[in-house]
Write a protein that binds this ligand. Sequence first.
Ligand code: PBG
Length: 329
Amino acid sequence: MITGKYPSLRLRRNRKYSWTRRLVRENELSSSDLILPIFLEEGKNKKIEISTMPGVFRYSVDMITKVIDKALKNKIPMIAFFPNIHLSKKNKFGTEALNENNLVCKALRIAKKKYKNEIGLMTDVALDPYTSHGHDGIIKKNYVLNDETIKILVDQSILQAQMGSDIIAPSDMMDGRIGLIRKALDKNNFKNVQLLSYAVKYASNFYGPFRDAVGSKTRLKGDKKNYQMDFSNSDEALREVALDIKEGADIVMVKPGMPYLDIISNIKNKFKIPIFAYQVSGEYSLIKSGIQKKIINDDAIIESLISFKRAGANAIITYFANEIAKKLD
Ligand code: PBG
């Protein structure tokens, strides 16, 4: 591949000025690559900053159109809702997940009515914001029951589709849920609702601030290692993706992001399916605090996001979405 050598060959020639760097650039980041997560809060007229995620807020549903307007203006193609429900509504079975007046359902109705199909609406399928123990499913002796949990997730998916969700995103890591959710969606006439599988989700230490944001952190009993993946594994990620493709996933997600670029790249090389990456809350907070303390420059945000594109991701869920999209424009 390399023809010629130094001194006749000098790779720095292509980097000489901005115009030539732009011409030979291999990857670009645009606002079309970004997905904005929005945290929901009970009540009215609320905008509450999350203490572990400076610059990120939880909004009551009457306030979300302001945020979505901004996302639209920034040409962000999709938003994702995550709820922080009242403690009094949490229980062992996460039943609030199936309440058609829960925070996510209300937000979906408001957003779908106002924006129609101008912007994509994505919703998480999992029970952790709704359970008193903070796990993604129902538990028996600290073990999350697979098949019993899927039954609820199927109902949660149908409900979200009825309320206007465009992309159903199961983030629970139960085995077999993609196939069963697809089947149920089709049976209920939601053939065009997309399924974004969190196919590869690691039992990560980088989710801390998110769990704060949805109020599950202090409540979480034990850890999620009996369902989320062991971060020492990579072949297993390919098996997860292969299965979810077979079961009908339209897009697969890798989560967290930056510590797992190798996984994105492996999937990209092996499968021809769109890949989304999730730059999770812990990654956000680390970068943000580095910038606030002036330890790193804020171009670190773009650098981190381009790394996902280089690895092969099509889009990135990031709490920086609005802030960065503005700059990219
Ligand atoms: C759980 C869920 C989690 C995140 C999104 N969905 C956390 C977890 O598995 O405990 C984390 C996102 C983030 O950290 O930004 N269904």
